[in-house]
Design a protein around this ligand. Structure first.
Ligand code: G3I
Length: 343
């Protein structure tokens, strides 16, 4: 029988997966089976984002999010809410709001309505997502521009008031890199200095095969936990496609040269092995610091469901996760399981 991630790491950290609508609505029995077998936490990949849950002024669409809660309850899954405040996937009406007052009303109402509806139903919230630039300065998002830089603290304050028992996280990508990490630490210290609670920091973990920044990751685990915060790796996947198949113009180039989609008939052995040893090294590191890590969540259940097949252009064939398109465990899965033996 196939080993189980959640059982293997049960004394270490939660093991999560992001679910899209297909899986939340249980339209995919293979995915449902795998979730039940392998994971004890789930994150909504899209359905709790403002664009979907709050499509119009004063109009909410809770259908899918409620279904996720129900599915999680039935299957004993921790639910990690994602995300209340994010500049991307904002509803169109909110992007059009001109005055500061109406924008602030949207901001306050959104957080209060969503966080209070799911209080005691989600274990954690990514309260604010991706507020920082790569150099550690604040991203000039609509939230920053309209509300000023204190919007982050304010978002935590509002969430805490609406859902006092929920774990509150700040979430970002590349916040394991030194410059962005320094900005992230400064942001966290500001929230704390205002007397507002923050429980944890999420490192998304969208990495590249052969380039997983283990040193930066370890340094980040140490520095963030020294602030008294819990750590979660919230969106783990390892991109395997080469650099020349990335970038804004890849759609154009792919049309001109379909061979740019290099692994349509399978992942070559050497890349498969590299992926496996990257995941192995990562989990060895996670285990070394298991007292500081709350959760490791994969951004998708299996390769076929990964956003990386569609980004930055649809039709790429990517292999970033532990389970393949037929829902079978990959070599990386077995390497990950085996890391627990050394503990
Ligand atoms: O649901 C619509 C569908 O009705 C429509 O026909 C179709 C046509 O474009 O789009 C569908 O929406 C897509 C949505 O995913 C649901 O599949 C959006 O186009 C697409 O942009 C959206 O992508 C999501 C992306 O966030 C948005 O920026 C990815 O699935 C999701 O994996 C990704 O997740 C983010 C995290 O939230 C934050 N960190 C980075 C991570 C990866 O970008």
């Amino acid at each position: 029988t196939t080993p189980s991630l959640k059982r293997t790491f049960q004394n270490d950290f939660m093991i999560g997966a992001a679910l899209n609508t297909q899986q939340i609505m249980e339209r995919d029995t293979n995915a449902s089976r795998l979730v039940a077998q392998q994971f004890n936490a789930v994150t909504p990949e899209n359905v709790m984002k403002a664009m979907i849950i709050h499509p119009q002024w004063n109009t909410y669409n809770f259908e899918w999010a409620d279904k996720l809660i129900e599915y999680g309850k039935k299957n004993n899954l921790q639910i990690n809410g994602h995300t209340l405040i994010w500049h991307s996937q904002m509803p169109a009406f909110a992007r059009r709001l001109q005055s500061t007052d109406s924008f602030r009303l949207f901001f306050t109402d959104h957080i209060t309505t969503v966080a209070s509806r799911y209080r005691d139903k989600v274990y954690s919230w990514d309260v604010v997502n991706e507020a920082l630039n790569e150099d550690g300065t604040m991203r000039r998002s609509p939230f920053f521009t309209k509300l000023g830089e204190d919007y982050v603290t304010e978002a935590f304050r509002l969430t805490q008031a609406a859902a006092p028992n929920t774990q509150l996280y700040y979430n970002d990508y590349n916040n394991e890199r030194p410059a962005k990490r320094a900005g992230c630490i400064a942001l966290i210290n500001k929230i704390k200095a205002a007397g507002v609670r923050i429980d944890g920091v999420g490192i998304q973990g969208h990495w590249q095969v052969g380039k997983v920044p283990l040193k930066d990751i370890e340094e980040s685990i140490l520095q963030y936990s020294a602030l008294g915060l819990k750590l979660a790796f919230t969106e783990l996947d390892i991109e395997v496609l080469p650099r020349n198949f990335q970038g804004a113009d890849v759609g154009q180039r792919m049309k001109a040269d379909p061979s740019l989609n290099p692994y349509t008939s399978g992942l070559p052995d050497d890349v498969q092995q590299q992926l496996a040893s990257d995941y192995e090294a990562l989990f060895q590191l996670f285990l070394k610091h298991r007292d500081k890590i709350e959760r490791v969540t994969f951004w998708g259940v299996n390769d076929g469901a990964s956003w990386l097949n569609d980004w930055p252009v649809r039709g790429r064939t990517n292999y970033p996760l532990l389970f393949d398109r037929a829902f079978n465990p990959k070599p990386a899965f077995y390497k990950v399981i085996a890391t627990r033996k050394g503990v």
